[in-house]
Design a protein around this ligand. Sequence first.
Ligand SMILES: Nc1nc2c(c(=O)[nH]1)N[C@H]1C(S)=C(S)[C@@H](COP(=O)(O)O)O[C@H]1N2
Ligand SMILES: [Mo]
Length: 192
Amino acid sequence: MAGFTGLGRRRAADPRLPPGQYLENGFPVLSAGPTPNIKRWELQIATEHAQRSLSWADFQALPHEDIETDIHCVTSWTKLGTHWRGVSIDTLFDGLDTSHEFAMATSHGGYTTNLPLSELRGGKAWVVDTYEGAPLHAEHGGPARLFVPGLYFWKSAKWLQGIQTMASDRRGFWESMGYHPHGDPWKEERYA
Ligand SMILES: Nc1nc2c(c(=O)[nH]1)N[C@H]1C(S)=C(S)[C@@H](COP(=O)(O)O)O[C@H]1N2
Ligand SMILES: [Mo]
């Protein structure tokens, strides 16, 4: 009977794999443009009230956290148990108040991606500078990238330059090409 023959295959599926994803052991590089040459790194955090600018030394002086988590790319690969280190967005926004509910992340090179602020705060997102114990490779967004593992990986802007809060949602680079404005892998929010 079909129901029984399918059982083994179903048991083999890893429960950590969101729907439609496959396990990837390598680490693919997905960049919409060339790896930018960043001469002077600076991170801008801005709300409707204030702007904060961090040099590399300022950023390094902030408390870093270790993160072990899975990552999910909209092109269907998932990597399990990856290790990162970085500064939480809560720390970067500490003392800045905002009534905005959305944010745009902007990268060196012009890439943008929009996120609800609720997906960036509350221990869900970081600016990471370390991957598997080593400085983050330039092709993966080094010296530092946004890291939002709860959403598809296109939201994790490489070569992060700034985060600007917004009163209403606008679309970033892939979102304006038809990717989902939110991007939850467990809901398969791939395309709008
Ligand atoms: N600045 C920038 N960030 C980016 C991208 C990009 O093209 N430019 N690609 C996104 C996409 S679609 C994915 S899947 C991941 C890929 O990250 P990786 O190259 O480290 O695997 O980065 C995201 N962040
Ligand atoms: Mo992607």
